[in-house]
Design a protein around this ligand. Structure first.
Ligand code: CP
Ligand code: NVA
Length: 303
């Protein structure tokens, strides 16, 4: 039994194992194979925030692997104070073979890992989004054929998606650049931990999106206001002026650079329509890879 609570908690060998498994399960599906690796298994998903890709990718993954899944909102599960978190986790653990959570607090995911007795997968918290970054690494590997010498530039808010993307770069040996407006940088403490954990990782931080995009093979962005930050939406739109990924920014990266976005996107804000729908965009293969990665995370977790 293994937890996938954050990428910091995984070894680089774990990351490579999950990516290899995802790639293998994807090829097998392409050949029409749906191995019943989780026959009779039950996944319980408890989500405190909305989701299309994460929820659906875990559901589809369980169905294709011969298992089933149950969905509960945080409120349904009683996480809003009906009973102690440790009690909820132990009860859910009694009915489930594996648990996926989408939460505000990362500590809730760690509490489930501690109390449920079952493998726990982080389906996004305020702090990080590990399954997203793993699926992104799979997508990048498929597009470039290798991780060697690649630079990923994240443009936008120093948020949960940026954290996991930086960590996956460290694990697989890609370089990482980040361009954010002032006050929206990744926390200093995180950057220090990142450099300590991955001494070979080349990290470039800038408040200029063009400086961050220079020499990048992948330009990545995410929404400027994440779930839970709806009240800050207007202020953020002002603060992020000049940080849209548009054709001019794409042209300042490598000629063969690709565009990525975890989705959902706010078209016309963090990304222009022509970039999102253009030939350099990988965002829909990236979304599909969430399912192949979900399968790998589930199979890896129960082993
Ligand atoms: N990228 C992602 O996690 O999408 P959802 O919020 O739709 O799950
Ligand atoms: N940063 C975004 C990612 C959504 C997949 C959020 O947390 O809302």
């Amino acid at each position: 039994m293994r937890h996938l609570t954050s990428l910091f908690n995984l070894s680089s060998e774990d990351v490579r194992e999950i990516l290899a498994l995802a790639s293998d399960l994807k090829s097998r599906l392409r050949r029409g194979e749906r191995p019943a690796l989780l026959a009779g298994h039950v996944l319980t998903q408890v989500f405190e925030k909305p989701s299309l890709r994460t929820r659906l990718s875990f559901d589809a993954a369980m169905m294709q692997l011969g298992g089933s899944s149950i969905f509960l909102t945080g409120k349904d599960a009683g996480l809003e104070g009906r009973e102690a978190v440790s009690d909820v986790a132990r009860v859910i653990g009694g009915y489930s073979d594996i648990i996926a959570l989408r939460t505000f607090k990362q500590s809730l995911i760690e509490d489930f890992a501690r109390w449920s007795g079952k493998p726990v997968i982080n389906g996004l918290s305020n702090d990080c989004h590990p399954c997203q970054a793993l699926a992104d690494a799979l997508t990048i590997f498929e597009a470039f054929g290798s991780f060697e010498g690649l630079r990923v530039a994240y443009i936008g808010d120093g948020n949960n998606v940026a954290v996991s993307l930086a960590e996956v770069c460290g694990h697989v040996g890609m370089n990482f650049s980040i361009g954010t407006p002032p006050e929206y940088e990744l926390p200093r403490s995180f950057i220090e931990q990142l450099k300590q954990r991955f001494p070979k990782l080349d990290v470039l931080e800038s408040n200029d999106p063009y400086a961050a995009a220079a020499n990048a093979d992948v330009i990545y962005t995410d929404v400027w206001a994440s779930m839970g930050q709806e009240d800050e939406k207007e202020a953020r739109q002002k603060d992020f002026k000049g940080f849209q990924v548009d054709t001019a920014l794409m042209q300042s990266a490598h000629r063969k650079a690709r565009f990525m976005h975890c989705l959902p996107a706010r078209r016309g804000l963090e990304v222009s329509n022509d970039v999102m729908d253009g030939p350099q965009s990988l965002c829909f293969p990236q979304a599909e890879n969430r399912m192949h990665l979900a399968k790998a995370a589930l199979v890896w977790g129960v082993q």
